[in-house]
Write a protein that binds this ligand. Sequence first.
Ligand code: 1CP
Length: 371
Amino acid sequence: MLLPASHPLTAHATADSRLVRALRGDRPDVTPVWFMRQAGRSLPEYREVRGDGAMLDACLDPAIASEVTLQPVRRHGVDAAIFFSDIVVPLALAGVRVEIAPGRGPVFADPVRTGAAIAELTRIDPAVVAERAEPVAEAVRRTVALLADESERRGEPLPLIGFGGAPFTLAAYLVEGGPSKDHLAARRLLHEDPAGWDALLAWLAAVTGAFLAVQVEHGASAAQLFDSWAGALAPDDYRASVLPASRAALDPVRALQTADEQRIPLVHFGVGTGEILHDLAAAGVDAVGVDYRVPLWEASRRVGSHLTLQGNLDPALLFAPAPVREAAVARILRDGTTARAHVFNLGHGVPAEASPDVLGAIVDQVHAWRP
Ligand code: 1CP
């Protein structure tokens, strides 16, 4: 499908942004940097805008979602915004009963653990996600307009990153009914009812794929698939029972093309995925997000030289003395030169307790660095 000529990759020159260039394999003079979970939790201005309302209501309020998305861009000077939303938003749009419990995460009223529950869920047509996604579309449009103003002020194009949860990570919550440590309920279902599992993952792929596509159609210039908990799987199980659904989740974005025939850069990230980095790459993406457990030089060897790497400062280092943190950032920048291109990030999300000043200092250090 052809995107309108007003899409930022064409109209706002986000194709020339440091982030999009690096994701496509270029090495801009300045290494791009953004932080997973940069919006929200760690910022006092977020807590002010959010108030006491429910998290999912905030995600579906275009004024709140767009403002919160911009906050870290203004404060830290990062090279991209990531859309303020949550991986379970498309499930809520599909009519699944889900809430985000404060301090806990997504909680489902009706865990999906049996063949009957899977059959009932998958009767919902994933097309309803796109039909009900107007608040998401409007939030993206507003965000892109705010980013255009901010780009003008900074003299640097600023892309919006859209995102979605990968089918396995969504299943890890949906089958368990909420957050869990080892995602045993989902891993058990995979082996207990392989046919039901495949049906569930195919449905989740369609739902999250629709959510990703809406964000890109309305102005996101890149998209990241978060398979946060894929590291809990044995590599053979990941390849046989999960990877095909993750690839399918990205298909709706892969099918999009800008008016000047550009594809949308795709990133695939998971935690504890050292053993399956090569498989994450095989989902058909431009970049692989690496957590902090594997140094980038080793990740380059595992992924191959045809992809960009994103990562991978241990979030715990945000609390280290400045010289220790600076040495770690410098090492990651050096290790990043072993990949075809590098996008600096943390190895997982910004912890709620992180100091905003430390994030700003990291942005300055990355921007000042030259290979
Ligand atoms: O009220 C609040 O502020 C709730 C905290 C919160 C926020 C700010 C949650 C609950 N989600 C979010 C926003 C969010 N979630 C974003 C946009 C903000 C940004 O990145 O800057 C994104 C990208 C996510 C994605 C997300 N949600 C992931 C994948 C990334 C990751 O951290 O691994 C996952 C696993 C979730 C589930 C989730 N949502 C919220 C929490 C606390 C959790 C994790 C629960 C758990 O530990 O299992």
